[in-house]
Design a protein around this ligand. Structure first.
Ligand SMILES: [Zn+2]
Length: 530
């Protein structure tokens, strides 16, 4: 029996550039092709495995695990380098798709016998597969009636019985119940004793340690570890909220590109003055902001991680929201400042990624200047707008907050109107509650100006929001809100506050929100504050 040898394997894909600038359009026009860039799915991967060894391929989603298995299986050709193996390969990768729900368990067992090239008659092999999978009693049931875990026993057992020399398995060991999993692991170990090589991709380091002797760690297509499985670096801790916050900031660069491509003009705002910040904050907090000297303990208790980076943003944040609010008030239409929405900041101190309460500052500026009489805040962030509610507890500015019922922030302050949503609320429940709440609120508050805080953190992919609203659901929310405000001829200042999903998704959702607002107000291509 021979070993598996992988030498300097590289896999490069061409991906289309998601750009709509003039140069890309020209390239597309003259060449008939979209401009592309190279994406390295795998870079310079080399290792060799002796007969009877097992390799765990570890790494986060998108790191190249499946691509590596496909190249080893011969499903994808490497762009460079070589894979050498002489023997029968079995690939358990996307294999659930060979099962036919409308056929019986026995017929599916025959399909698997043929698919995995079991030597001998398909009928006899089908009986062996069902027996090994403890499915003989269910032989006449339709496969579609079985649970997903039970159905997968068929291809898995067929693969084990196929007597291959190399097994390539993609996360398949994660399925099924514990007893079946133990049986699979025992079966794979027996195959290894006979000299078969096992390569499996997994997120589960415990499984890697139990099953493999060697581990390979991939990150963004590069091998960051190769060696005995005991030396595998421990998994990174789940991102702390502070990391999620900083990651959330990455979306702005993407968002601004999309906005420019869609014809919006971006205008840098002036910083707020100390005098303006003092309209909503105490002199002592302003002094702390200037000193920029929070202790690590204060950073934790206030949830202002990396305060040295965040605190100096206070003047910019407040300045942007003031500028957007003034633009909306002056035109009677829409103003937008994407980074605004520090709704957890109290007069005496920032909290929850909010160094200052820019909305409170801007509302007080407009009131002081006589630009508005009855501003109101509609806060659709997944977290309660406690700081804003506290600052306007006197009722001079009416506040509305629709948020997750539990979770952050622990210290809640009653808004003029609160809508508590159960954790995990999805599109229909969320939309119905928000619609009714906003309609009631506008009826009661009778504002002449609205600050709209339309965060993307109610999105189902958000790490900190705890709600389960789809991208489409959020779009419907925003279309409803801005159509309602535009119909009532209410000027609106839109801010987007936090987002803790992947930067691409967060940027797209923010973009949709701005599009919905601009469409409702007939302000497509308008000037935005950044
Ligand atoms: Zn939030």
């Amino acid at each position: 029996m021979t070993g598996l040898s992988v030498l300097a394997v590289t896999k490069t894909y061409r991906v289309e550039l998601p750009r709509a600038d003039a140069l890309s359009s020209l390239i597309r026009f003259f060449s008939g092709r979209s401009p592309t860039r190279a994406f390295n799915a795998l870079e310079d991967i080399s290792f060799s495995l002796a007969p009877g060894s097992a390799l765990a391929v570890c790494g986060p989603n998108g790191s190249g695990k499946t691509t590596l298995l496909k190249v080893l299986a011969g499903i994808a050709a490497p762009s460079g380098g070589s894979v050498t193996f002489a023997g029968k390969k079995v690939c358990l990768l996307g294999f659930a798709s060979i099962l036919q729900d409308r056929l019986s368990v026995r017929e599916n067992a025959r399909l698997c016998a043929v698919f995995f090239e079991l030597p001998g008659s398909a009928a006899e092999n089908a009986e062996k597969i069902m027996e090994a999978g403890a499915l003989s009693d269910l032989c006449n049931a339709r496969a579609g009636e079985l649970s997903a875990g039970m159905r997968l026993r068929l291809p898995f057992m067929a693969a084990l019985l196929s007597g291959a020399d190399l097994y390539l398995i993609d996360e398949a060991l994660a399925v099924g119940d514990a007893a079946f999993r133990a049986k699979c692991l025992a079966g794979l170990n027996a195959l290894r004793q006979r000299g078969a090589i096992l390569v499996f991709a997994t997120h589960d380091q415990a499984l890697a340690r139990a099953m493999a002797d060697t581990a390979l760690m991939l990150e963004a297509g590069r091998m960051t570890f190769l060696g005995p499985v005991g030396g595998l670096p421990a998994p990174a801790q789940a991102a702390a909220p502070g990391e999620a916050f900083l990651a959330g900031l990455k979306r702005f660069a993407l968002l601004y590109e999309q906005l420019k491509a869609a014809g919006f003009r971006l205008k840098e705002s002036a910083r707020a003055t100390d005098e303006e910040l003092l309209l909503a904050h105490t002199a002592s907090w302003l002094a702390r902001l200037k000193a920029n000297d929070l202790t690590p303990e204060e950073e934790r208790s206030r949830a202002l991680p990396h305060s040295r980076d965040i605190l100096p943003l206070a003047w910019r944040m407040a300045g942007g929201t003031i500028a957007a609010a003034r633009a909306a008030a002056a035109s009677g239409g829409l103003g937008v400042y994407p980074p605004g929405g520090g709704h957890h900041a109290f007069p005496g101190g920032g909290e929850g990624f909010s160094p200052v309460n820019d909305i409170a500052v801007a509302a007080r500026v407009l009131l002081r200047d006589g630009a508005v009489k009855r501003p109101a805040v509609i806060d659709l962030d997944a977290h309660q707008g406690n700081g804003t509610a506290f600052i306007f507890a006197d009722g001079a500015v009416k506040t509305f907050s629709a948020h997750r019922a539990d979770g952050y922030p622990a210290r809640r302050v009653r808004s003029s109107m609160d809508v508590d949503l159960p954790a995990g609320a999805d599109g229909a429940a969320y939309l119905a509650a928000v619609k009714r709440g906003v309609e009631d609120f506008l009826e009661l508050a009778q504002p002449d100006f609205v600050f709209a805080l339309c965060s993307a953190d109610a999105y189902e992919g958000d790490a900190l929001g705890g709600l389960k609203v789809s991208e489409q659901g959020l779009r419907q929310r925003d279309e409803f809100l801005f159509k309602t405000l535009a119909e009532k001829k209410l000027p609106a200042c839109l801010v987007l506050s936090g987002a803790y999903s992947a930067p691409e998704a967060a940027a797209r959702i923010n973009f949709n929100t701005i599009q919905a607002a601009a469409a409702a107000f007939g302000a497509a291509g308008a000037e935005l504050n950044v």
